[in-house]
Design a protein around this ligand. Structure first.
Ligand code: BES
Ligand code: MN
Ligand code: ZN
Length: 500
């Protein structure tokens, strides 16, 4: 499928369908300026008859329109004028796509750019529309089915009214397409079953990136032996119950950087390809969903694809912390005391609080890159999903500016995050009688104590933690990985690249 920006005369457009919005109480979004009387009266005819009222998402497909080249016009309801937001725009596009795809229409021209959307210029309109289209197509991705199977579409174009917006519109399109391929890659990886997607598989996927983006991406792995040698005993302990050995993938992206002092950004993804809970085994209900416990790693993988596609002028180290948490004769146990790579000791009270054990060693490991910014992304706690539900990811940070910058990226993209506190009161809840810390907190604020645990290992640099336990996948009938927070992270990197 190809995407284009167009600035031609609508009536002369040789396309299979032009999509035009109408508002409630029947006002065209643009047709007034672009079509002549006979077209308008033809369309008005259907409106007068009440075939379409303009409610958001209503559609009416028209054929044989006089005096235009396009074979069809799809009227789509846009609701009340001047009260539309980006969410509405997504819905409008999604509804249009459903009709267009149903009728196997091949070439489409969206002429919706004239709609006024709250806080949304042409750049963001296009980003939003491409996102909605991508979401529509990849919602029902299933393993072993080709993504393109049910797509009849050949081209989608966006019509802009003025030539001067051509550059910005094309930029938006470029960014949106790159980000969407990152989101899709993260979804595909996240949805894979745990018997296929194990820690080694994660590494092999990462390695493929270094072939595809030769010269930009370099991938190495740390296997269990090297972990031993490095003293990453907490990471190793989590993986010790599984036949699938842990692999940590280190993906280095080096963009062409004109700025002399280059910033190093480290992104760490929790990559538990299956989390059974280990000896503190989870209840069997919904345990299958713990295949998604690698969605942090999938998000890092997807975000690096975006960086490479857009040639961002940054240095980014992406870590996929691959591991599998299983019970077994070799598994670590409650009561064990582990010496982490940092030298600090941890008493295990629950083997199901494994993500923080893997991550704490990675947080120590990455000091070797002298990072300016470190962000870890993890399906870390059920408690975070309880606190924020499935709409906001949890944000924790030891740095006001980084927290602010991430919140800004979140607001720009609608990939929502909400900051929760890191405060010394919570640290006490991690006290242990036998070690520096225990691996679970005593109180109720499980998302915060988990983040506090991580903060003990990330004091030497600017750090943020994103708990995506509630946002990384959807349960129920439409279940599947969401690809979050690839869009948020990509936007953050775009902002860091001064592309805005
Ligand atoms: N991967 C889970 C967190 C999780 C659970 C995410 C359910 C999404 C849905 C994590 O490893 C875990 O098991 N955390 C425990 C921590 C507890 C033992 C302190 C939890 O949240 O119950
Ligand atoms: Mn767990
Ligand atoms: Zn887990």
């Amino acid at each position: 499928m190809k995407f284009f920006i167009k600035n031609s005369l609508l009536r002369e457009e040789k396309t299979d369908c032009i999509v035009i919005g109408i508002f409630e109480f029947c006002e065209f979004t643009c047709a007034n300026n672009c079509f002549n009387e006979s077209v308008l009266s033809y369309i008005n005819n259907f409106i007068k008859k009440g075939d379409i009222q303009g409610k958001i998402g209503q559609t009416l497909l028209l054929y044989n329109i006089p005096n235009i080249v396009s074979e069809r016009i799809l009227l789509v309801g846009c609701g009340k004028k001047d009260s539309l937001n980006r969410y509405d725009l997504s819905k409008i596009v999604e509804k249009s796509m459903r009709i267009l795809n149903k009728f196997s229409i091949k070439n489409i021209l969206f002429s919706l750019m004239e709609i006024n959307i709250e806080n949304c210029d042409i750049y963001w309109s296009i980003r939003t529309m491409v996102n909605a289209i991508n979401k529509y197509f990849y919602k029902n991705f299933k393993i072993n089915t080709s993504l393109e199977k049910d797509i009849y579409l050949y081209s989608i174009s966006f019509h802009i009214m003025e030539k001067k917006y051509f550059h910005i519109a094309n930029n938006a399109l470029k960014h949106a397409l790159a980000i969407n391929s990152g989101i899709t890659a993260a979804k595909k990886l996240g949805n894979l079953p745990p018997n296929i997607c194990n820690p080694l598989y994660l590494f092999l996927q990462a390695q493929k990136l270094s072939e595809k983006y030769k010269g930009k991406i370099d991938v190495t792995s740390i296997d269990i032996k090297e972990m031993h040698d490095l003293g990453m005993n907490a990471y190793v302990a989590v993986g010790s119950g599984s036949k699938n050995k842990p692999y940590m993938s280190v993906i280095k992206y080096s963009g062409k950087n004109t700025i002399k002092q280059e910033k190093v950004i480290v992104l760490i993804g929790k990559g538990l390809t299956f989390d059974s809970g280990g000896i503190s085994i989870k209840p069997s209900k919904n345990m299958n969903e713990m295949k998604y416990d690698m969605c942090g790693a999938a998000a890092v993988y997807g975000t690096l694809i975006v960086a490479a596609k857009l040639n961002l002028p940054l240095t980014i180290i992406g870590i996929l912390a691959g591991c599998e948490n299983m019970p077994g004769g070799n598994a670590f146990r409650p009561g064990d005391i582990l010496t982490t790579m940092s030298g600090k000791t941890v008493e295990i009270l629950n083997t199901d609080a494994e993500g923080r054990l893997v991550l704490c060693d990675v947080l120590t490991f990455i000091k070797r890159f002298s990072p300016d910014i470190v962000i870890d992304i993890a399906t870390l706690t059920g408690a975070c999903a309880v606190a924020l539900g499935s709409h906001f990811s949890g944000l924790f940070s030891n740095d006001e500016k980084l927290a602010y910058d991430l919140e800004k990226s979140s607001q720009q993209t609608n990939d929502k995050i909400w900051r929760l506190p890191l405060s010394s009161e919570y640290e006490k809840e991690l006290n242990s009688s036998f070690a520096d810390f225990s691996n679970v907190g005593k109180g109720k604020a499980g998302a915060i104590t988990a983040a506090c645990f991580l903060s003990q290992f990330s004091k030497e640099y600017t750090w943020a933690h994103l708990d995506i336990a509630g946002t990384a996948w959807e349960s129920g009938n439409n279940q599947g990985a969401t690809g979050r927070p690839v869009e948020l992270l990509s936007q953050f990197l775009l902002n860091e690249s001064n592309f805005f």
